[in-house]
Ligand binder design. Structure first.
Ligand SMILES: Cc1ncc(COP(=O)(O)O)c(C=O)c1O
Length: 440
């Protein structure tokens, strides 16, 4: 069966890409090529009526009363400081214009290496998971290769491998001696796909290890990607900045690699997936962003990518929580925002430093190696001589300590969710469980 003919708006978006950034067109999945934002349908007619319908506006699909969205007192009593329009109205599929502008400004302030290089406007997503899903929808066909570190968030597999049938290839995140990022392994991993299209996933601070590369390492990663793109590989690099800002050591590079990659090569599309979830401690509000950057990016090419993204959003969630966006926007504009955020990061920094000290105690040297960590919410240990899930079960059932087992050897410990005084107990319990499982 042949698919439906390409919609003229998809055709127009593809032509924009073809004209300005032809490599980007070739990177899109079949679905990505097909998608468009239905700007001439109901939404456009509603927009036109908003300007001109002075007598009555019978276009919008919400109920209104006295010029505001209808709402119930039993719902409204839970909100303070937001107008009914900021809570109940639909947000645009691209996200509310003000929060897109505010987030773009924040990204640029935090990413000096972007300079004045143009990027797309961020499109609002249902937090980062959805942003990652959109990256997959736009750029992954079944069988397409993905290069990712062996230490990564497991939901990538569900999202891109199980859902979209991409083909995952792993490189070891750390070098053999566990001193830092495995640049040699990463570079060798890239080289295997020379001349092809490759989606690369980078996530710093990393879940699960809690590692952010040093400035020198980050420079090395950017150079390796640029060289590979210049050698002819079409790279889609997904930069997952979920834990951005949670840096606890001066050695880690505090700037997203997106800034360098967005201007690296015409063959390299950098995609920043970020959001308020972890940075602003609003996990349940579900506000994230997806932003595109490429060396030869133009307003026309970025618009085509934003339209395709918003079209996908329109197709299966229509738009993202309005109150979530309204609250995050107000927080970003609050004069105390940075101060309050820094206070909470300081709480995590203290926990990370206790975890550093406890995990590296000589008395635990027989139980595990500690993966390097300097940022984020987590740290990981590599157990010696005991199966990770068995140790996890033992620590939980017998000692009441919950951790996450990853693969055969690794245990992830979220110091972010333990009070200072609990952290020593966690490591003592894991050591006890390890020795019990090992029988010595
Ligand atoms: C690396 C990474 N990316 C993305 C996410 C998803 O975050 P969100 O809750 O914003 O969807 C997580 C959440 O655990 C994560 O660890």
């Amino acid at each position: 069966m042949s698919p439906a003919p390409l919609h003229p708006l998809a055709q127009a978006a593809n032509e924009s890409l073809e004209k300005d950034c032809p490599v980007l067109l070739s990177m899109l999945s079949a679905r990505g090529k097909r998608f468009f934002f239905p700007a001439k349908g109901i939404l456009a007619q509603s927009g036109e009526a908003k300007q001109k319908a002075k007598t009555a506006n019978a276009t919008i699909g919400i109920a209104t009363e006295n010029g505001a969205p209808v709402h119930l007192a039993c719902v409204n009593k839970y909100f303070q400081g937001l107008t009914p329009a900021e809570i109940y109205d639909y947000a645009p599929s691209y996200g509310k214009p003000d929060i897109r502008t505010a987030w773009a400004k924040k990204q640029r302030q935090e990413t000096p290496s972007l300079g004045d290089h143009p990027t797309s406007n961020p499109v609002v997503t249902n937090a980062l998971t959805h942003g990652l899903g959109l990256v997959g929808d736009l750029f992954l066909d079944p069988g397409d290769p993905v290069l990712t570190p062996d230490l990564m968030w497991e939901n990538y597999n569900l999202n891109w491998e199980t859902r979209l049938e991409a083909q995952f290839n792993y490189f070891p995140f750390f070098d053999e001696k566990l001193t830092g990022f495995n640049l040699a392994g990463f570079t060798a991993g890239l080289a295997k796909f020379r001349g092809k299209k490759l989606v690369v996933s980078l996530n710093f601070p990393n879940n699960p290890s809690g590692y952010t590369p040093t400035k020198a390492e980050m420079e090395g990663i950017a150079k390796a990607l640029t060289a590979e793109a210049e050698a002819g590989t079409r790279l889609v690099v997904c930069v997952d900045d979920a834990y951005y800002g949670m840096f606890f050591d001066d050695a880690c590079d505090k700037e997203s690699i997106f800034g360098r990659l967005a201007r690296a090569s015409n063959n390299l599309l950098a995609i920043k997936v970020d959001g308020a979830t972890k940075e602003e401690f609003v996990w349940g509000l579900r506000v994230g962003f997806i932003t595109f950057g490429v060396k030869n990016g133009t307003a026309g090419a970025y618009k085509a990518l934003e339209d395709k993204t918003a079209g996908l959003i329109r197709a299966y969630v229509s738009n993202i929580s309005n109150p979530g966006q309204s609250i995050v926007l107000k927080a970003l504009g609050d004069p105390d925002f940075r101060k309050q955020q820094a206070e909470k990061v300081a709480v995590l920094r203290s926990r990370a430093s206790i975890a550093q000290k406890e995990s590296r105690k000589a008395e635990y040297a027989d139980c595990w190696d500690v993966y390097p960590f300097n940022s984020g919410y987590f740290m990981c240990v590599r157990l010696k001589g005991a199966d990770a899930d068995t140790v996890r079960g033992r620590a939980l059932e017998e000692l009441g300590v919950g951790t996450i087992a990853l693969g055969k050897q690794d245990l992830r410990i979220a110091f972010s969710s333990c009070a200072d005084a609990q952290i020593p107990l966690v490591f003592a319990a894991v050591a006890k469980a390890t020795r019990a499982v090992r029988g010595k």
